[in-house]
Design a protein. Sequence first.
Length: 291
Amino acid sequence: MAHPKGIDGSRSADITSPSAEVVPGDIIHLKMGDTVPADVRLFDAMNLNCDESSLTGEAIAVEKITTNEIHVPGTDQLATSEDEVGIADRINIAYATTIVRKGRGRGIVISTGMQTEVGKIAASTGKKRRKAGRSMNWKKYGKAQPIKGAMRRTYDFFGKFLGLTEGTPLQIKLAKLAYFLFFCALLLAVVVFSVNKWKLPLPNEVIIYAISTGIAIIPESLVAVLTISMVVATTVMRKANVVVRYVLRFFAPLTLYQADRQNLAISLLSRLWAASQTFARTRQAHLPGVL
C-alpha cells in the first residue's frame, strides 16, 4: 500500500508514515496515484476521484464530495445513518485499498484494519456466523430460548443434509419439489393399499400397481423444462449485455462477462477491429492484389 501523508495533531508540519501506523483520528492527505490506507471521512476535496472497482465493482472512478447531503436511494429523504445507504452511495468517504485517480483531498481516518469496509468483507469470508435465534443463552433471551435454539439448530442440521437450507434458490426449490413428489408418491401408495384393505400377504399386482403409481407422478419432462427455461433466461441476459459469449472462427474464442455496457462495447469493438486487421493482412499475404 502507499504511504500517504498524515498530519500529526501535535505537530504543524506534514509527516509521511507507513499505512500500518495510521490510526483513527489521523488526518490524511490524498493525491493522484495514492492508495487510501484506511476509511477516511473527507472534509476537503478538490476534483477528487477514486477508483472503487476492487470494492464495489464500479467501472469508472467515483467523484467524492465533502457534504452530508446524501439521499436515500429512490427517495428524496436525506440519509441519517450508514444502514440507509450502500457502500457505493457514501461518496463522502474514501475507502481503504481504493486508488486516487485524480484530484486531491484531505480527510480524517474513521476506521482501520479489519474495521474498514474491505476488512469486513475479508472477515465475513473467513468467519462462520450463526443465524439469529440459534443461541442457547437462557440468561439473555429467556428460559425458553434453549428449547427454541435446539429446535432451530436441529432444523438447520437436517435442512442442510436434505438440501433445503443450503445452496442456490433454484437448488432449494428443486429439493422442495423432489420431497413434495416423494410424499405424494407415498400417499398414493397408501391409498392403493387401503383400497385393497391391507390384505396380507399383498398380491403382487397390487404392489406393482402401487409402485407404478408412485413412479408415474414424477414429471418426465422436468429436466427438459428446466434446461429450456435456463437457456431462455440466459438469452434474455445476453440481449441485455449482462452475459456475452462470442466464439469467432477467425481468432481465439472471445469470452466476456461484464455488466457495464460501455466497457463491454469498447472492449468488444477493439478486439473485433484487431481481428479484422489480422484477417485482412492474412488474405493479402495469400491472395496478392485482392485487398
